[in-house]
Design a protein around this ligand. Structure first.
Ligand code: ADP
Length: 532
């Protein structure tokens, strides 16, 4: 019995198939072996209009005549179908009406039961967008590569765990050549392992670092690499490692970047050498300048002893006294000059201890009383503070206070008055030295801390100062993170206030004031005019 054919349904199915085929973006056509079209979808009929010149960069276009050959896609396909040639995914790039088109062809036969080809299915797939994207990616890759190649810094990518060089820029090739002294080129390096290129110890050290990064991705710095180039130049590099986010086939890609720090290292070496030379200079010059004065000082002291004094007549004694006083002044000047030069060159160091500032100040005041009495000056000391101990460079404090006191004595009339007082606020312990001497004019007050500033007043000039004292005091105070202020009015007197931060050094060590007695020497120097 003949089957009932459901024509209606068949027609509907065919129409549905046609509609589906027309929605597909790939061009599909069926041709018989004579090259006649049995069917084609919309995408195919659109692509039939493509014709143009095959471009030089056409990719593997089947047996198209390459390079500048004219191609009409339709004729080309019909020709191939008639010849019975089948091919798969051949890509051709043509220039069609000024536009670049990339088309992928495939031609496959449909065979009958005997295996004879009766139809050919042709698929055309436009890949222009895809190819443009891939071209863009390629361009970007080249762009980045050009930048990395142009960098004046060695850059390499190493794959871990194999430790093979995957990428090196030109500078890295030069870096490896200089470091290993081998005639390497880009091709020798790419694909080689670190151990094949670098000396064993160096390779092992790098492998260790890469291993650490593999376990815990991070950015690390390798210790400095130093070597001499074949030309004998010393080079110093600091290597930086960073794990790339990208990884494939269980490999981690690690970037090695070399920073040339030769100039910094050379600068540091020069600075260290210069510092050493300067320190040696200060030591030598201090010794050379101070020694002869110190020798003279001892001789004068010897001559002053009763044994020798008896031998001297009155005139010679007077001359000896004068020579001794001037020698002291010279020693004070040399000491001050060397200290200020040292401090301004940044070589003055602090020897800080926790000390009782109140007790020590009181002690100093007491010690100079006999000297001050020569001018019948009344010297008082008062303190109203509870904080007593602070961090202090005792030696410098002694110089500071004796300096202020000797100035106060110098610029105060006979039977004048000097008050030394200590008080405190929240932050500072303050030491004031107040006299009722000649005072300082408003114009001069800003200049007295300048190095070598000496008052223009004829009366003050008689004191034959050097103008270093207060500049040194200010420097020492700055070194101790303190400050100095002055209030003064001509004819009324001057008040110098030292402020020391209320800080203690983090130590249990405490300096006993008794161990810090100022020498007769330092007082005799500061009070050289009165001290005889
Ligand atoms: P010098 O060692 O020559 O005294 P200083 O640097 O100690 O130099 O002082 C600079 C100047 O400040 C002095 O020449 C003087 O004019 C002025 N000066 C310092 N202390 C006093 C003071 N207590 N009374 C008046 N003038 C002072």
């Amino acid at each position: 019995m003949e089957k009932n054919i459901d024509w209606k349904n068949m027609i509907a199915e065919r129409e549905l198939m046609g509609a589906i085929l027309n929605k597909i973006s790939e061009g599909i056509a069926v041709l018989d072996q004579e090259g006649r079209f049995i069917m084609m979808n919309d995408a195919y009929s659109q692509m039939l209009s493509y014709e143009g010149r095959v471009l030089e960069d056409a990719m593997n276009s089947y047996d198209l005549e390459k390079n500048n050959a004219y191609i009409n896609i339709n004729e080309f396909i019909i020709g191939k179908v008639r010849e019975g040639i089948s091919f798969d995914d051949e890509i051709c790039t043509i220039s069609s009406k000024g536009e670049r088109k990339h088309i992928c062809f495939s031609c496959k036969p449909i065979c009958n039961e005997e295996g004879e080809a009766i139809y050919t299915v042709v698929c055309l797939h436009e890949m222009t967008k895809l190819m443009l994207q891939s071209e863009k990616i390629q361009q970007q890759k080249e762009y980045i590569n050009n930048i990395i190649q142009a960098l004046p810094t060695p850059v390499a990518v190493v794959a871990y765990p194999g430790c093979t060089y995957e990428f090196v820029n030109k500078e890295y090739v030069e870096f490896l050549k200089a470091m290993t002294r081998k005639a390497l080129d880009h091709n020798d390096i790419i694909g080689s392992t670190i151990s094949e290129i670098l000396p064993l110890a160096c390779a092992d050290a790098i492998k260790g670092i890469l291993g650490k990064i593999y376990k815990e991705p991070m950015t690390t710095q390798e210790k400095m690499i130093s070597f001499k180039t074949p030309k004998g130049e010393a080079k110093h590099y600091q290597m930086l490692h960073t794990a790339l986010k990208y990884s494939a086939n269980d490999k981690m890609y690690i970037v090695r970047i070399g920073m040339d720090i030769t100039s910094q290292v050379v600068l540091l070496e020069n600075t260290e050498a210069l510092t050493k030379a300067k320190e040696e200079f200060f030591a030598t010059i201090s010794h050379e300048l101070r020694s002869p004065i110190a020798v003279m000082h001892s001789i004068f002291q010897m001559l002053n002893d009763d044994y020798y004094k008896r031998e001297l007549n009155e005139k010679t004694r007077k001359l000896l006294k004068k020579a001794q006083r001037n020698n002291r002044k010279l020693l004070r000047l040399v000491n001050n000059f060397l200290d200020i030069t040292k401090a301004e060159a940044g070589f003055m160091q602090l020897r800080q201890v926790n000390a009782n500032l109140v007790k020590y100040t009181q002690y100093l005041v007491k010690t100079i009383l006999p000297v001050v009495e020569k001018k019948k000056i009344q010297l008082n000391f008062t303190s109203t503070c509870s904080t007593k101990r602070i961090v202090l460079d005792i030696e410098k404090y002694e110089r500071i206070l004796l300096n202020l006191l000797s100035n106060a004595v110098k610029y105060t009339q006979y039977e004048g008055k000097i008050d030394v007082y200590i008080h405190e606020d929240d932050r500072y312990l303050k030491v004031g030295v107040k006299d009722n001497g000649s005072g300082i004019s408003e114009e001069e007050i800003d200049k007295i801390f300048d190095r070598f500033y000496i008052s223009c007043s004829s009366e003050k000039k008689l004191n034959e100062g050097t103008g270093i004292g207060l500049s040194l005091v200010k420097r020492f105070m700055q070194l101790m993170e303190g400050k100095i202020e002055v209030n003064s009015h001509p004819g009324e007197g001057s008040e110098f206030i030292l402020s020391f931060p209320k800080k203690l050094k983090n130590t249990t060590e405490y300096t006993m004031i008794e161990e810090l007695q100022p020498t007769r020497e330092s007082i005799s120097l500061e009070f050289s005019v009165l001290y005889d």
